[in-house]
Design a binder for this molecule. Structure first.
Ligand SMILES: NC(=O)c1ccc[n+]([C@@H]2O[C@H](COP(=O)([O-])OP(=O)(O)OC[C@H]3O[C@@H](n4cnc5c(N)ncnc54)[C@H](O)[C@@H]3O)[C@@H](O)[C@H]2O)c1
Length: 318
């Protein structure tokens, strides 16, 4: 088994090598255009940091005009704040803003060198998008996902109907940014079974160019960050639903007891309760381990449309 896995990787890498005429570091340095799919809280943050830190033009795609308008207004607000705090000049802020080009059409990604998908955590949605990206993007482009929990191997498999053809799947990788992207330094880089070493190394180099500190982890449910973080949040919600403590006590003890900026319920609101629930479901279903059972209350909050900060109501009101 192990040797066949290595043979598959070697095959993928050999095919992929033709796309990389330069080293991953050089490739990352020479990325002329980035594509970001999904202009929600993560996609917008990724686009803004790429434009600001790596100074790369970004095609920002969202199926909703409203999300694009909201995202770009938020980007402008962050840039204005940077100017008012003298972190950048007005000229630099204008330059960063001019690097962001919004669109509702995925076809506008036909000339990107690197694309990062950040649509909601719904497997079928991501599979459909990767199937389209493999057709639309240039044959050398890296196809990255910001998924919190969905298998990178499954996402890569969606790029082709012929699993022995790894020409697109070897270019799929995860760049899992942390929220909020402009603030958090960490990014988790994850390979699927098909991912070539060049793709992984290029993703690491590009994230460094964006000013991030990459960690590499395996394609295992929840990867590293959410394998550790989500059961912690889920347990806090179970403590609330079973009356072990009220909201403020739960958040206060963890905030003041572990020296983190916010407690687990407030953090869940910031992440999005739909995202937290989706990740817990993947952990539960893929491992079959009952310790990952999503809290009933978490499911009910999502049913009510109380998704946290982004919907105006979660464990707190916004
Ligand atoms: N929220 C977090 O803290 C966090 C952290 C790390 C990773 N992630 C992951 O990042 C991804 C995005 O999460 P988010 O919190 O930014 O979600 P979000 O709901 O804020 O944004 C998703 C955006 O995708 C757009 N969209 C939906 N369908 C689309 C389509 N077919 N084509 C183009 N755009 C489409 C929506 O209009 C929306 O603007 C998810 O996979 C999530 O698991 C989230």
């Amino acid at each position: 088994m192990a040797s066949s896995v290595f043979r598959m990787r070697a095959l993928g890498a050999a095919r992929q090598a033709r796309c990389f005429s330069t080293s991953p570091r050089q490739y990352a340095a020479e990325i002329k255009r980035l594509g970001v799919v999904g202009a929600g809280q993560m996609g917008l943050g990724i686009a803004l940091v790429a434009a600001r830190q790596a100074q790369v033009p970004v095609s920002l795609i969202d199926s909703s005009e409203k999300s694009l308008d909201k995202g770009l207004a938020f980007a402008q607000k962050l840039l204005d704040k940077d100017v008012s705090k003298s972190r950048i000049t007005q000229e630099q802020a204008d330059q960063v803003r001019s690097l962001l080009t919004p669109s509702t059409k995925l076809e506008d990604l036909s000339s990107v060198d690197f694309v990062i998908e950040a649509v909601p955590e719904i497997p079928k949605l991501k599979f459909d998008i990767f199937s389209q990206l493999a057709q639309i993007c240039p044959k050398h482009a890296i196809l990255a996902t910001n998924t919190s929990s969905i298998s990178i191997t499954k996402i890569a498999a969606a790029t082709t109907s012929d699993p022995t053809d790894t020409s697109a799947s070897s270019r799929v990788v995860s760049t899992h940014f942390m929220n909020p992207v402009p603030v958090q330094k960490g990014v988790e880089i994850i390979s699927g079974l098909q991912t070539s070493k060049e793709t992984l190394d290029t993703a690491v180099e590009f994230c460094k160019k964006m000013g991030k500190i990459p960690s590499v982890s395996a394609d295992s449910p929840g990867f590293l960050a959410n394998r550790i973080l989500m059961p912690y949040i889920n347990e806090a919600v179970i403590c609330l639903e079973t009356g072990v403590g009220d909201r403020d006590s739960i958040d206060a003890i963890m905030k003041n007891g572990t020296n983190v900026p916010m407690g687990p319920l407030q953090l869940a609101d910031f992440i999005g309760l739909d995202t937290c629930l989706a990740i817990m479901k993947v952990l539960h279903e893929e491992t079959g381990d009952s310790k990952y059972r999503p809290s009933v209350l978490l499911g009910k909050m999502v049913d009510a449309g109380w998704l946290g900060k982004k919907s105006g109501k979660g464990f707190y009101d916004y």
